[in-house]
Design a protein around this ligand. Structure first.
Ligand SMILES: *[C@@H]1O[C@H](CO)[C@@H](O)[C@H](O)[C@H]1NC(C)=O
Ligand SMILES: *[C@@H]1O[C@H](CO)[C@@H](O)[C@H](O)[C@H]1NC(C)=O
Ligand SMILES: *[C@@H]1O[C@H](CO)[C@@H](O)[C@H](O)[C@H]1NC(C)=O
Ligand SMILES: *[C@@H]1O[C@H](CO)[C@@H](O)[C@H](O)[C@H]1NC(C)=O
Ligand SMILES: *[C@@H]1O[C@H](CO)[C@@H](O)[C@H](O)[C@H]1NC(C)=O
Ligand SMILES: *[C@@H]1O[C@H](CO)[C@@H](O)[C@H](O)[C@H]1NC(C)=O
Ligand SMILES: *[C@@H]1O[C@H](CO)[C@@H](O)[C@H](O)[C@H]1NC(C)=O
Length: 361
């Protein structure tokens, strides 16, 4: 348990007990209320205020930049349905709303680019987007006594969320939830680096040749000495290790967790990174900031460089953190989630997703 956090923890658990129940309609869009009266929406195949002793697996799926939580919910629902595992699988898709969604005043909403990096809600500055993820996982761990597995997955902006949340959470972890937790990061545009090391000037110059990331190739032959800190281009790109890109000048939820704690714990956390083999386009909404470009140009290349960085500089081993290239997929959620690589991660390796019925919830 965190430094003397036990009292806080008890308060938090009590709060979740009281408020997660404040729902709802029976159709699949549910709400968590915080104690001060705001509510937070999520899609799920069951209400997290109800105990269910058949549930053994909890999948928390985070939407991408379009905030289309229901589409992600439907995909996961279809996977579970096609494997007849729906009754024992809780699928929970939190919905981070921002001003573009015209949220009503009683709903927690977030900066359109802030939720993916743990910033506070715009209407309640003590509640961060990652706090809400903590609540949902705690609620699941409490309501499903036979839970054996928690999987937190996200694609694109959701993949960024999962990498940053998995790195920084003090609640969404095996030690607290008493259930093994796995983070599945799919096609994120950027990663939160753990120190000031980046590719050296010459290594960056050779990105194209040493980490081509073209279709069919996962070659990325950098070595430890190719990662050097502080970054050579710090003068023209001072933000390279700040905010969402690194652990300096942390914001929101992450500001409350000491950087050393994040660095020390990262290697022990279970991460799988899935990179679309064809996710190589260099156009927006890909982050084209210098701090992002400096870690690789395409999403796939950024993933391969991140792999080298973790294995070569961060004491991360491939027993806890695994990288997989998903053939034939670009930056496309259905292709990625319907791949055998993704389905293996969530324990449904053999059955592809059938026809996805859209449910209006
Ligand atoms: C919850 O429990 C009931 C049995 O009481 C079961 O029929 C149902 O499908 C379970 N699972 C989910 C995800 O709702
Ligand atoms: C990682 O996954 C393994 C295998 O499921 C599990 O035993 C372990 O508790 C997990 N570790 C963490 C820190 O969640
Ligand atoms: C690995 O990188 C070096 C540059 O240091 C390059 O010359 C070499 O061709 C690369 N290896 C392969 C197998 O491409
Ligand atoms: C990042 O790289 C892209 C090409 O991949 C380029 O268009 C863009 O201008 C670069 N951004 C910066 C800040 O240099
Ligand atoms: C690296 O990890 C291993 C086991 O996970 C640990 O025993 C060792 O102390 C770590 N080394 C450093 C430098 O953090
Ligand atoms: C993990 O790394 C070791 C040595 O670096 C390698 O032999 C092994 O094949 C790797 N395992 C996986 C699953 O990639
Ligand atoms: C998933 O892939 C299978 C083929 O492996 C295909 O038949 C099915 O239509 C795909 N599902 C979706 C939703 O694209």
């Amino acid at each position: 348990m965190e430094r003397g956090n036990i009292a806080l923890w008890i308060i938090l658990v009590a709060a979740v007990y009281v408020v997660v129940g404040a729902h709802l309609n029976p159709t699949g869009r549910y709400y968590i209320d915080d104690i001060t009266g705001y509510k937070f929406p999520y899609y799920a195949n069951l209400d997290l205020s109800t105990e269910n002793s058949s549930v053994t697996k909890l999948i928390l799926v985070i939407h991408g930049g379009q905030r289309n939580a229901i589409d992600y919910y439907n995909l996961l629902y279809n996977i579970a349905q096609s494997t007849n595992t729906l009754p024992k699988t809780a699928i929970v898709a939190p919905h981070f709303l921002c001003w573009k969604d015209n949220p009503t005043l009683d709903v927690l909403s977030f900066d359109c680019d802030g939720w993916l990096r743990g910033l506070a809600s715009v209407n309640k500055d003590t509640i961060y987007s990652f706090t809400v993820l903590d609540w949902l996982l705690i609620a699941g761990a409490m309501r499903f006594p036979h839970l054996t597995e928690i999987i937190v997955v996200g694609h694109s902006a959701g993949g960024q969320t999962v990498q940053r949340y998995g790195a920084s959470t003090t609640k969404g972890i095996t030690e607290v939830l008493r259930v093994p937790v796995k983070y599945v990061v799919v096609n994120p545009g950027t990663y939160m680096y753990l120190d000031d090391k980046r590719l050296s000037h010459s290594a960056h110059h050779q990105l194209k040749y040493r980490c081509p990331a073209l279709s069919g190739s996962s070659l990325c032959n950098f070595t430890a000495s190719d990662f050097v800190g502080p970054y050579w281009r710090v003068g023209s790109c001072p933000e390279y290790n700040s905010g969402k890109y690194g652990l300096e000048n942390s914001e929101g939820y992450i500001r409350n967790v000491p950087a050393n704690t994040i660095i020390q714990r990262y290697p022990s956390r279970n991460f799988t990174y899935l990179l679309g083999d064809l996710d190589v386009k260099l156009t927006r909404p890909l982050d084209l900031h210098c701090a992002a470009n400096d870690t690789g140009y395409s999403r796939k290349q950024r993933g391969l460089v991140w792999e080298k960085y973790l294995y070569l500089t961060q004491n991360v081993s491939n027993t806890t953190q695994v990288f997989k290239i998903v053939p034939h997929c670009g930056h496309e959620m259905t292709c990625m989630f319907n791949s055998s690589e993704f389905r293996a991660e969530i324990g449904s390796p053999t059955d592809p997703i059938g026809l996805v019925h859209s449910r209006r919830l």
